[in-house]
Write a protein that binds this ligand. Structure first.
Ligand SMILES: NC(=O)c1ccc[n+]([C@@H]2O[C@H](COP(=O)([O-])OP(=O)(O)OC[C@H]3O[C@@H](n4cnc5c(N)ncnc54)[C@H](OP(=O)(O)O)[C@@H]3O)[C@@H](O)[C@H]2O)c1
Length: 305
């Protein structure tokens, strides 16, 4: 089943439904998951250097029987490679792991930098580095001419940061990948991105493992009415807002389900607005006072533009 595409500002088409791969290797079935997903029709695969599983994904993609030109492969530069002189090498490492000649989309994973010695998610406050976001971004802009990336974008960027960044860019980010599910709707940010031609991808579109959107009574009622699952309702709601989604699943049944959208009524879409409670699964500001600005626009006199 082919999914619909979102057109990025540079004309590149991004399939609106992608496969998340964070922790997709925990059950030891990643290679099979990739092959099953591609066979079912997934063409957009969301990867990241820090997920530590790109080599296996690359290997599986080689045997998936679909030409490279039909795939849309995304990856993300980790915070330890923000120093501009490290950016090109970070992309080469990603391409080497994925065994690819080019990426369809390269994202800056977070708007803060870490000491290059750090290579895991375990870091301490003193590892946070003051590398201006624009220095990293300009190095990413340089990569576009190399032909190794078709589009560049960001992830976990709030409005205040983007607002300061956009006037300084030669290439405005094509995508902002942020946490979006019915309990964290990000209405203002989505509107801002749309106004600036930035496509939005919603991560944790099912709330991940911590946020119980699929147990929500309203979503369950809508699922019953449409004879589908709560997961399909949550994904269809985001897609109807023009947001790409990248649900992760290692189950063939759920992979299949997640590709099948339903059409919500305008009343149902309106009622979704009441579910928003700004509940996030991911927030580095919970662990580090120095990073509170990342998701709080009022404290986002972003120190590192
Ligand atoms: N840019 C960033 O900073 C960032 C941060 C977080 C995540 N991401 C990306 O976003 C992707 C998605 O986020 P996520 O993996 O945290 O959360 P998610 O996709 O919202 O939820 C995944 C969970 O939902 C379950 N699931 C999937 N389909 C289902 C269905 N139809 N019915 C019931 N349960 C279902 C999965 O279990 P099963 O596998 O057992 O089906 C898994 O436990 C990640 O994999 C990653 O690629 C990006």
């Amino acid at each position: 089943m082919a999914t619909t595409d979102l057109k990025l500002s540079n004309g590149v088409l991004m399939p609106a439904i992608g496969l998340g791969t964070w922790r997709a290797d925990e059950s030891g079935v990643l290679a099979q998951t990739i092959k099953t997903a591609v066979a079912l029709g997934y063409r957009h695969i969301d990867c990241a250097k820090i997920y530590g599983n790109q080599r296996e994904i690359g290997q599986a993609l080689k045997g998936a029987g679909v030409p490279r030109s039909e795939l849309f492969i995304v990856s993300k530069i980790y915070q330890n490679k923000h120093r501009p002189e490290l950016v090109a090498g970070a992309l080469d490492e990603i391409l080497d792991e994925l065994q690819l000649e080019y990426l369809d989309l390269l994202l800056m994973h977070w708007p803060y930098a870490l000491n290059p010695e750090i290579s895991s998610i375990d870091f301490v406050s003193s590892d946070i580095e003051n590398v201006p976001i624009m220095d990293t971004w300009r190095a990413m802009e340089d990569l576009v001419e190399s032909g190794k990336v078709r589009a560049i974008g960001v992830s976990n960027f709030n409005r205040a940061i983007l607002d300061k960044m956009i006037p300084q860019c030669s290439i405005v980010p094509a995508v902002n990948q942020v946490e979006i599910h019915p309990y964290n709707q990000q209405t203002g940010l989505v509107k801002f991105c749309r106004q600036h031609g930035i496509a939005v991808t919603g991560y944790c579109p099912l709330g991940g493992t911590k946020i119980s959107v699929m147990e929500d009574k309203f979503i369950q009622r809508v699922a019953e009415a449409h004879l589908c699952t709560p997961a399909q309702v949550a994904l269809s709601w985001a897609l109807a807002r023009g947001i790409a989604v990248i649900p992760k699943s290692t189950s063939e049944t759920r992979l299949k389900q997640n590709l099948h959208q339903i059409t919500l009524t305008s009343d149902e879409m309106r009622m979704f607005a009441k579910l928003d409670k700004n509940e996030r699964k991911v927030d580095p500001g919970r662990s580090f006072k120095e990073l509170e600005w990342v998701f709080h626009e009022d404290v986002a006199d972003c120190p590192v533009i």
